[in-house]
Design a protein around this ligand. Structure first.
Ligand SMILES: *Cc1c(COP(=O)(O)O)cnc(C)c1O
Length: 364
C-alpha cells in the first residue's frame, strides 16, 4: 500500500506521537484511564473559553453525526420546534436526522455559496413563535463556507432560543468563545481540528440546558443526559469507550497546547490555506467561494476545464503521496482540498508542485 498524507477534513493526518499512544491497550474501569477522560473534558472547556461552573463536556462514542443526533434527540422534546439553518450537506443531514427522530422542525436554507441572511431569519423568528431551538453549522465542510455564528448567537439570545452549533470542522482550528456567544450546545469530534483519530465526538453544553434534557431521548445509546450523568461521576463511560482513540486524543490536545493553542493552529491553517489558494489560482484553478466567505479549513475548487478528469488527477496525486477529497456539489464540478491536520507549508508546496506537474503533463 502506498503511504499518503490526507488532505481531507477528517479523518486527517495525525502526528506519529498521537498514533503511538494507541500501541498500549488500556482498561476502561482503571483509574488512570478514567482520569484521561476527565482531563479531556476539562481541557475541552478551556479550549472553548468556558468555565466549569456554567458548562460541561460530554464525550459520545461514534462519529460526529452520532453526537449531532444525540443532541437533537436529547435537547429537543416533542413540545419543542427546531429551526434548521442550512447551506450544505451537513445542514441537510440535520434535516434528515430531525425527520428520523420525528422532531417538529422547519428549514431555512440558502444556496451553498451563500451565508444565511439575518433579516430573513429575524422575520421567521418573529412570525413563527413556536420555534424554541436553532441549529446551524459553523464551517460547512461541503464547500468550506464559514457561517456567521456570532450573528446567529446574538439573534438566538435576543429571541430567547436554545442555540446548537455544529462546529465539527472548526472547533480547535478557529477561536470560538462559547460563553461569550452564549452557545448552548456545541458539537465537534475527535478527528477534526484537534487532530485525533476517529472514534468519538463531544458536546460542550451549558449545564442549565443539559439538566432539562432528562428523559427526552428517543434513543438509549445516544442519550446525552444519561451519558453525562454517568461520565460526570468519575470519568467512566456509560458503555464501552474507544480506549485507543481516547488516549490518542489526550495526546492530540497536549500537542495543540504545545503548538501554541488555537490561535497558533488557526494561523498555520490560514497561512497554508492562503498559499494553497494562491498557487492553485496560478495553475488555473478557481475557487468555488469568494475569499471573504472562505474558511481556512477546506477549499472547494472548480474543475479547470471540460477535459479535466478527477479520477485520473486523484490517482496521479495519490501516487505521489497526497489524498484529495471529491466534491459534494450537485450543480457544479468541484473537488476539495483540506488543509487541517499535521500538514505544513512544505506539504502544501509539495502538493502544488505535483499538481503543476500534472497540469503540465495533461496539456502536453
Ligand atoms: C465531519 C463533519 C460532521 C460529522 O460527520 P461524520 O461523518 O459523522 O464524522 C458533521 N458536520 C460537519 C460540518 C462536519 O465537517
Amino acid at each position: 500500500m502506498v503511504h499518503y498524507k490526507l488532505l481531507t477534513p477528517g479523518p486527517l493526518t495525525t502526528s506519529a506521537t498521537v498514533k503511538e499512544e494507541m500501541l498500549f491497550d488500556r482498561c476502561t474501569w482503571d483509574n488512570e484511564y478514567k482520569e484521561i477522560t476527565q482531563k479531556i473534558r476539562t481541557k475541552l472547556l478551556e479550549l472553548a473559553e468556558t468555565s466549569k461552573d456554567d458548562y460541561t463536556t460530554v464525550l459520545m462514542q461514534g462519529s460526529g453525526s452520532f453526537a449531532v443526533e444525540s443532541v437533537m434527540t436529547s435537547a429537543i422534546s416533542n413540545q419543542d420546534k427546531l429551526l434548521i439553518i442550512s447551506n450544505g450537506a451537513y445542514g441537510e443531514r440535520m434535516v434528515k436526522t430531525a425527520r428520523y427522530i420525528g422532531l417538529n422542525y422547519r428549514v431555512y436554507d440558502v444556496a451553498y455559496n451563500e451565508q444565511p441572511k439575518v433579516e430573513e431569519i429575524t422575520e421567521i423568528l418573529k412570525v413563527d413563535q413556536d420555534i424554541t431551538h436553532i441549529m446551524m453549522v459553523h464551517c460547512e465542510t461541503t464547500t468550506g463556507i464559514l457561517n456567521p455564528i456570532e450573528m446567529m448567537a446574538k439573534l438566538s439570545s435576543e429571541f430567547g432560543k436554545t442555540f446548537i452549533v455544529d462546529a465539527m470542522s472548526s472547533f480547535g482550528g478557529l477561536e470560538i468563545n462559547i460563553s461569550e456567544l452564549g452557545i448552548d450546545f456545541l458539537i465537534s469530534s475527535a478527528n477534526k481540528c484537534i487532530q485525533g483519530v476517529p472514534g468519538f465526538a463531544f458536546v460542550i453544553a451549558k449545564k442549565e440546558k443539559l439538566v432539562t434534557c432528562k428523559g427526552n431521548s428517543r434513543s438509549l445509546s445516544l442519550d446525552l443526559y444519561d451519558q453525562w450523568k454517568e461520565m460526570d461521576k468519575d470519568g467512566k463511560w456509560r458503555f464501552t469507550s474507544p480506549t485507543h482513540v481516547v488516549a490518542a486524543f489526550a495526546r492530540a490536545i497536549d500537542e495543540l497546547e504545545e503548538e501554541g493553542g488555537v490561535p497558533a493552529r488557526f494561523t498555520r491553517y490560514q497561512q497554508n490555506n492562503r498559499i494553497l489558494r494562491e498557487r492553485m489560482e496560478r495553475l488555473g484553478f478557481k475557487t468555488y467561494l469568494s475569499e471573504e466567505k472562505q474558511s481556512p479549513i477546506i477549499t472547494a475548487f472548480l474543475f479547470p476545464n471540460e477535459r479535466f478528469n478527477f479520477a485520473e488527477f486523484y490517482s496521479f496525486v495519490k501516487e505521489r503521496g497526497y489524498v484529495l477529497y471529491p466534491g459534494k456539489l450537485t450543480d457544479e464540478n468541484t473537488f476539495r482540498i483540506g488543509n487541517i491536520g499535521e500538514i505544513y507549508q512544505e506539504d502544501i508546496e509539495e502538493l502544488c508542485g505535483i499538481i503543476e506537474e500534472y497540469m503540465g503533463v495533461v496539456t502536453k
